[in-house]
Design a protein around this ligand. Structure first.
Ligand SMILES: C=CC1=C(C)c2cc3[nH]c(cc4nc(cc5[nH]c(cc1n2)c(C)c5CCC(=O)O)C(CCC(=O)O)=C4C)c(C)c3C=C
Ligand SMILES: [Fe+2]
Ligand SMILES: [Fe+2]
Length: 369
């Protein structure tokens, strides 16, 4: 029996007990279940098509040691002493042909992906670019300002490359260590062979394929052969048939293998013959040997080998950008038609297609602890 004289005290004690329990429970929830967020990371574009802005962007991009992988002095000599003397003017003119009122297609489309994903998940979604703005630092900061403690960072590249996935992850780790040591970051792994991605890409291609075509060409961004040798932990890849062998530890870091694998899986999914698809590599820069076959040379040779009606898709890019809208859809088309081709059907990237946003969501969800 409670003594009524002490009733108030008992009540107070009970309230205190309830409060104490709640505090311990809440702190358990917080430590076990930190507030989550998603950061979508893409390559980035210059802030405008002005030659000086393109120059600033190219300087940051090409001075990245995982893109032009020479020692600093030689990299600076090549980039600042040679490339930046002429390329910014040429690239600025190319950017002008694809630029939209809202900005660069790559950044605009990445924002559209963010917006659509945000509608599907109830945690904050931000974007970050490896080069230029909004940077990876800005993206992480935007999430942290919304209370986020655990981030899933999604490098928007299906295939691993030192110059894409690896530089994004390393940059994020550097920013995290310096500015956000209490934030946990998990990374979405390359998804070039994942069923959900392959099905999505195959469906998207199927909808846009013309009824009749002689060849479906898969044009991937190229990389110098040296990058592939450098990142091969087994030191066995010869950039030959080995890249196509089933299950080899070198494949985890072989960009060539991962591109060829994407093509093969999509080919199977679409029920096409081997002879109906071809993988090529575009956008080479400088005098080094890049992985072959080259897209531009292939486009020039296809018509004389009987390919007059071509469909072409660029699965190294999840969003359309300068490399697809100008280099393939305009320059590539001209090369092909000039060499005797008759029909050139460019198949757009996944961009903000609903089925792709679902894949992005699923791949992110897998990485939350
Ligand atoms: C998809 C993966 C990409 C890889 C791999 C890649 C490697 C790589 N790129 C260059 C040099 C340039 N790339 C440029 C543009 C560009 N590259 C990618 C993607 C990959 N690059 C994208 C999505 C874009 C388009 C950006 C946009 O704003 O739309 C450019 C700039 C444009 C130009 O001047 O032509 C350069 C330069 C190297 C050297 C490299 C690997 C070593
Ligand atoms: Fe590139
Ligand atoms: Fe390989």
């Amino acid at each position: 029996m409670r003594d009524s004289r002490y009733e108030f005290r008992y009540e107070k004690l009970e309230i205190l007990e309830i409060l104490e329990n709640n505090i311990t429970q809440n702190s358990k929830i917080e430590t076990q279940n930190p507030k989550k967020g998603i950061l979508l990371v893409n390559l980035g574009s210059p802030k405008s098509t002005k030659v000086e802005d393109v120059k600033e962007y190219l300087d940051e991009f090409l001075m990245d040691e995982r893109v032009i992988d020479y020692r600093w002095f030689f990299r600076a000599l090549l980039v600042r002493g040679i490339i930046l003397k002429t390329r910014p003017k040429k690239s600025a003119a190319a950017y002008k042909t694809v630029w939209t009122e809202e900005g660069s297609p790559l950044v605009v489309i990445t924002k559209q992906i963010q917006k659509k994903l945000q509608k599907l998940v109830d945690i904050p979604v931000e974007i970050g670019m490896r080069y230029a703005e909004p940077s990876i630092e800005t993206g992480i900061r935007n999430l942290v300002e919304k209370g986020v403690e655990e981030i899933v960072l999604f490098p928007l590249y299906p295939q691993y490359a030192m110059s894409t996935t690896e530089t994004v992850v390393e940059k994020a780790k550097e920013v995290q260590a310096k500015l956000f040591p209490n934030v946990k970051i998990n990374y979405v792994k390359p998804f070039y062979n994942r069923d959900i991605y392959i099905n999505c890409l195959a469906e998207s291609i199927k909808e846009k394929l013309p009824e009749n075509f002689d060849l479906l060409q898969f044009s991937y961004h190229g990389v110098p052969e040296r990058h592939i040798y450098k990142t091969d932990p087994t030191k066995t890849c010869k950039i030959g048939d080995c890249c196509f062998k089933e299950d080899h530890p070198s494949h985890q870091y072989c960009y060539r293998h991962q591109c060829l694998k994407t093509t093969e899986l999509v080919r199977q999914q679409l029920g096409l013959e081997d002879s109906q698809v071809k993988s090529t590599f575009q956008s080479r820069l400088g005098k080094d040997k890049w992985i072959e076959p080259y897209t531009d040379e292939t486009l020039e040779n296809l018509p004389k080998n009987g390919v007059k009606n071509l469909a072409i898709v660029c699965p190294a890019f999840v969003s359309d950008c300068l490399e697809t809208l100008e280099e393939i859809s305009v320059e590539g088309k001209e090369e092909f038609l000039h060499a005797g081709g008759e029909k050139f059907n460019y198949i757009p990237c996944l961009n903000d297609e609903d089925r792709w946003i679902e894949v992005v969501k699923q791949l992110c969800e897998e990485e939350f602890s």
